[in-house]
Ligand binder design. Sequence first.
Ligand code: ASP
Ligand code: MG
Length: 586
Amino acid sequence: MALVVQKFGGTSVADPQKIQAAARKAIARHEAGDQVVVVVSAMGHQTDILVDLAKQITDRPSAREMDMLLSTGEQVSVALFAMAIQAAGRKAVSLTGAQIGIRTDSTHTKARIKSISTDHVRNLLADGAIVIAAGFQGIDQNGNITTLGRGGSDTTAVALAAVLDADLCEIYTDVDGIYTTDPRILPEARRLGSISYDEMLELASLGAGVMHSRSIEFAKKFGVKVVVRSSFKDMPGTLILAADQAVRRPASGVALAKDEARITLEGAPDQPGSSHALFSALAESGIAVDMIVQNVGQGGQADISFTVPEDDLVVALEHTKRVAAAIGAAGVSHDHGVAKVSVVGVGMADAEGVAGRMFSALSKEKINVHMITTSEIKISALVDRVDGAAAVRAAHQAFSLDRAQGELPHEATGAALPKSSPLEVVRRLEGMEDLAIEDCLLDSSQALVTFTDLPDTPGVAAEVFEEVGRAGLNVDMIVQSNPRGGRAEISFTVPADSREQAIHVAEKIAAARGASVADVPHVAKLSITGVGIRSHAGVADRLFKPLADAGINIDLVSTSEVRLNVIVAAEHGEQSLAVLRKAFGV
Ligand code: ASP
Ligand code: MG
C-alpha cells in the first residue's frame, strides 16, 4: 500500500464536472489500495476574481484581510471535492490549512511553511477516508489565516507529501508534463520523461513556470518524488527526481526569461566590500537579483553587472546610483530590453564543447551575447529581448532537443528517498522552508584565463569556445560581463594543468581580433550550494558580506538558481572557505 498525494490545479477543478472527474482519479487510486491525500486549488480563476473584488473596494487592502479573502477559494473547492467523493459512495473529509495544522510565519500573502502536523491526516487515512486538503493556505502562531503566494498549492502538495513520507506526489494540471522548452515559443518542444530537481529549479524560475519553484525546492530538500501530468489526457507525464536517478543529458531544456533588465555598476573600486555594498542595498529593498556577473578588475576597477525583473528596474537603478556615489564608482548603465536564455542539463559537465555548441548556434543567428554566466548544469546568455525566441530556437536545435535523448523507464510509484537527499541539513532548520545551504566547497585546482578588449560583435563567444572546445580543454566556469565601449571581456577557468595549452589557444584567438589575454595560474573557486538560494532574497549578499569583512577581494562572480560561485586569489582560498562555512553554518 502506497501513500499518494494528488494535487489538482484550478483548471482541473474549474466546474462541477471537472471536480467529479478529478474525484474519480482519487477514487481509482484508493480502490487500487493506496492511501490518498488530495490537495486542491481554487476553482478556475476564482483567486483572480477575489483579488479583483478586493481592488474594487480599495487599492490598498491589508495583507491579513487579503489572506482571509483568498483562502475562501480553496475552502469552496475542498468541500465540493469531498462531496463528489462521498456521492460516489466513498469516505472523504475536507480540511482547511488550519485544520490540518499547516503552520506558517506571519508574512501575509507570501507566508512560508514552518511545520505541518500529521496526526489528524494520518488518523483519517487509517480510517479509510480520502483526505481533501486546501492548498495555498496555512495559519500563523496567532491563529491568523495566511497564504503561501500565488500558485502556492503546489507547495502545499509537495510539503504534505514530504511530512507524510508519501511515495509519490502527482501534480495534475492543464499541461501534460515538463517540456524541453515552452511549446508556445517552439512547437517542436518535446515532453521529457524525467528531469532532475536541479534542472527543474534552473528551469522553473526562469519561466518554464509549470510548477511553483518553492515546491521543487521542497521536493529536493525532502526527496519527494513528483510527477506532473495532465488532468485531461491519460499520459505518463514527467517524473521529477534526484540528480543521481535522472538521465544525465548535456542539455535537458532551454529556458527563456524574457522580462529582464540589466544594470551595471561601472568602474567600482576593485576592493573588498564593493559587491557587498551594492547587494545589501538591493536585498534590503527586497529586490530579487538574478544573474550577477563581476568581471576581472582592471586598473583597480571592476564592473559589476546584474539583472532584475524589468518591473524592479526603476527602484534597483535608484539604489545602484546611490551606492555608486557612495563607493566612488565611475557610473551606472542599464538596459531594459534584454532576455536571458539558458541551456540546462545535469550531464553538461561530462560533455565536451557544450559552451561552443550553444554560442555557435546563437552566432549563426547573428545574435549578440551581452553577458554569460554558468553553473555546473547551466549556461545562461543575456541577449536583446527581440532575439529571445530566436535564441531559444537556435539552442534547442543545437542540442537536438526535438529528439528523444534516452529516458528512464517510467516507473510511477515506489521509489525510496534518494540517497542524495540532504535531510541532515533540513533537520537543523527551524522552518520547513528555511534556506538550506548544503555545502560550501573550495576548488583550488583551476587556472583563470581572461580576454580583454574583444570586439563586442555577434559570434565572438562562439569562436572563443569553439576553438577552446576543439583544443579539448575542459572549461568549468565562464563569465562574460557586460561590454563597455564596444569591447567585451570573457573569462573562463580550466584545470591548472591545462593552463599552458589554454593560454596558447587564447593567444591565438586574441591575436586574430586585437584582444589581449591575461591569466592567473591558480585561483580559488568557492561554491555555495543548497536549496532556496534563489527564492530567499539576499543570499548573494550573505556570501559577499563575510568576504568583505575578512578583507578578501572577489575577482569573479557568477550565479545560478542553485549555486553561487566566486573566484578569489589562491592564497585566500582556505580562509574564504572557513569564513563562508562559519557564515552559513555548514
Ligand atoms: N489558488 C491559488 C492561486 O491561484 C493557489 C494555486 O492555484 O496554486 O494562486
Ligand atoms: Mg497553479
